[in-house]
Design a protein around this ligand. Structure first.
Ligand code: ADE
Length: 238
């Protein structure tokens, strides 16, 4: 997958995404990252990228010209690309959206700052407006990294174990069960016996039970959807 990022702070991406699992995927060529400082596209002699908002109000707005020119330089046929703008006004990001984006060949991210970007950039270019939650950050870089990290690990070959994301929170619609590793007894705190039993069927049942209990406690909103997507008898439901 090729990922283009338009930002005023390119080092934020190179410093963070070149590490660990995503860093390895970049080295292996599974992901190609192209970070563009759109200030370089500004035709202003002072390389200005923002201006006062029409109609007044506080803050500055990122203007059309540098972002339009940067996008024109990296796209051939506009229709072929998913162009994502991170904004608190967007649709709230979730695992389902991540899975769908992970199947794309090319993603382009626009990172806003200040009061945001000129609406005409959104109207002309943007295919998806995404929010990472109901709170406001100072810029689009961190939310863009959240989306890239979530999407990238779903691309085949990025995680060592292809199945490792299938067990975890949200994949099944439930929160994930607890994990334990050695020793079996740490200062009197014991690992649940069933996990030492070697009985895979019992372990699977225990994990499902724990997942359901945790989801009911923390995210009751997820349970209804889970029950709808999985067929259970009335007895099993109770
Ligand atoms: N930019 C600022 N806050 C944001 C948020 N919550 N989600 C996405 N982009 C943002």
């Amino acid at each position: 997958m090729k990922i283009d990022i338009l930002t005023l702070f390119p080092e934020m991406f190179t410093n963070v995404l070149n590490q660990s699992i995503i860093g390895r995927a970049i080295k292996n060529g599974i992901i190609k990252l192209n970070v563009i400082n759109f200030r370089e596209y500004s035709s202003d002699k002072h390389k200005r990228v923002d201006d006062y908002p029409y109609g007044g109000g506080s803050g500055m707005v990122l203007m059309n010209q540098p972002i339009f020119d940067a996008l024109k330089s990296i796209t051939k046929e506009k229709k072929k690309y998913k162009i994502i703008y991170l904004t608190p006004k967007g649709k709230t990001f979730n695992q389902e959206m991540a899975l769908s984006l992970s199947k794309e060949e090319n993603l382009i991210f626009i990172c806003g700052h200040y009061e945001g970007i000129d609406q005409r950039i959104i109207d002309y270019w943007v295919t998806d407006e995404i929010s990472i939650g109901d709170y406001v950050l100072t810029g689009g870089e961190l939310p863009t990294m959240v989306v890239i990290d979530t999407v990238a690990r779903l691309i085949p070959g990025v995680l060592n174990n292809e199945n490792s994301f299938k067990d975890e929170s949200f994949y099944s619609g439930l929160l994930e069960y607890p994990h334990y590793t050695r020793p079996a007894d740490y200062n009197g705190m014991k690992v649940p016996k069933v996990l030492l039993s070697g009985n895979h069927k019992l372990i699977e049942e225990w994990r499902l039970k724990k997942s359901i209990e945790l989801t009911i406690k923390r995210r009751p909103d997820l349970i209804e959807k889970f029950l709808k997507n999985n067929k259970f008898t009335q007895k099993e439901r109770e």
